[in-house]
Design a protein around this ligand. Structure first.
Ligand SMILES: NC(=O)c1ccc[n+]([C@@H]2O[C@H](COP(=O)([O-])OP(=O)(O)OC[C@H]3O[C@@H](n4cnc5c(N)ncnc54)[C@H](OP(=O)(O)O)[C@@H]3O)[C@@H](O)[C@H]2O)c1
Length: 298
């Protein structure tokens, strides 16, 4: 199977590249690098790339991911998170290719009293969440054979995510103040990449339409609980020399431009039932990430 990976230089893109299955011929694309560089906002170049490469499947790991930045740049966020997936979906639909693209736990708000299922009602509170939901709807509207993978709180040993930020500060001996009233499903990019390849391999040939699937760390934790666990496990793994204090705070004491859901835990039963694969729980995935700390995928 020929697979085109967009967003190949991002956090998830790098982990996907590191885990390519043997039966996949991977073609990578990033804005300024990869086998075929492409600015995805240049629709002519994007369609030219697709027509030239004619992939059997596309994994779209590119997105506008700056949650607060989206509040200031809603147009750009929509172009990346709605229009690009819509364009990929239309091309895949016309060429009988499969699309796998990512969405977010931030499409939800409120408290259902359990983890969110794929078919629960959505109500994004932020421009970012709204742009990702618009992308989901635009993809589904084309009738394409697609996997819309919702994930959450993605972290890795690469720079630019919650875990690397807090361990960087802890490494300098700084105590951490971390929000304790938002609960979600921290997800290691390595496990998300592994499960994405598994899902594509398992479901691509039988897929008839657009399907939503949750893939996230198994369990539920607040940012504060996750930070405390990370500091504890990082000391054991030798990533941190010494533990620091992790102080719980309220969201109100950490003002951010975009509103985040207080509860965004994802139920991943559908993934596990469809594929027969078990996702790692949060502790186990964090452990694996820390074990690779010195050598994240480049
Ligand atoms: N990170 C999270 O916590 C999280 C949570 C839920 C869902 N997700 C979803 O998971 C997916 C992967 O996220 P991630 O963490 O890997 O994000 P990431 O590290 O920010 O990667 C996104 C990639 O998209 C690329 N991109 C943006 N605009 C582009 C353009 N015009 N042309 C070509 N490439 C462009 C970026 O390239 P440049 O660096 O060149 O801009 C970047 O490499 C996204 O769909 C995201 O919405 C992430």
């Amino acid at each position: 199977m020929r697979v085109l990976l967009t967003g190949a230089a991002g956090q998830l893109g790098r982990h996907l590249r590191a885990l390519v299955p043997e039966d996949v011929q991977l073609i990578t694309s990033a804005r300024r690098s990869g086998d075929r560089p492409c600015d995805l906002l240049d629709q002519r170049d994007l369609l030219g790339m697709l027509d030239a490469l004619r992939p059997d499947a596309i994994i779209n790991a590119a997105a506008w991911t700056a949650v607060d930045g989206a509040e200031d740049e809603p147009e750009l966020a929509l172009r990346l998170n709605r229009d690009v997936p819509a364009c990929l979906a239309a091309w895949c639909s016309d060429h009988d290719s499969v699309l796998l693209t990512y969405s977010t736990d931030y499409v939800f708000s409120g408290r259902p009293g359990r983890a969110w299922h794929e078919d629960d009602p959505t109500a994004p509170d932020s421009v970012y969440g709204h742009s990702k939901l618009s992308g989901e709807l635009a993809v589904a509207e084309t009738g394409v054979r697609a996997l819309l993978v919702r994930t959450a709180w993605v972290y890795s040993a690469l720079p630019g995510n919650f875990l690397s930020a807090i361990l960087g500060r802890a490494g300098k001996g700084e105590d951490l103040r971390v929000v304790a009233d938002q609960v979600g499903s921290p997800t290691w990019a390595g496990e998300l990449a592994r499960a994405s390849w598994h899902l594509l391999g398992h479901c691509a040939s039988e897929l008839q339409r657009t399907e939503r699937v949750h893939i996230a760390g198994r369990g539920a934790m607040s940012w504060h609980e996750f930070a405390s666990l990370a500091v504890e496990q990082a000391v054991v793994a030798g990533v941190l020399k010494k533990a620091v204090n992790v102080v719980p705070i309220a969201s109100a004491d950490w003002p951010q431009k975009a509103r985040r859901p207080a509860w965004s835990v994802l139920d991943c039963t559908r993934y596990e039932q469809w594929t027969g694969d078990e996702l790692m729980d949060i502790e186990q995935a964090l452990d694996r990430c820390l074990a690779q700390w010195a050598q994240p995928p480049c």
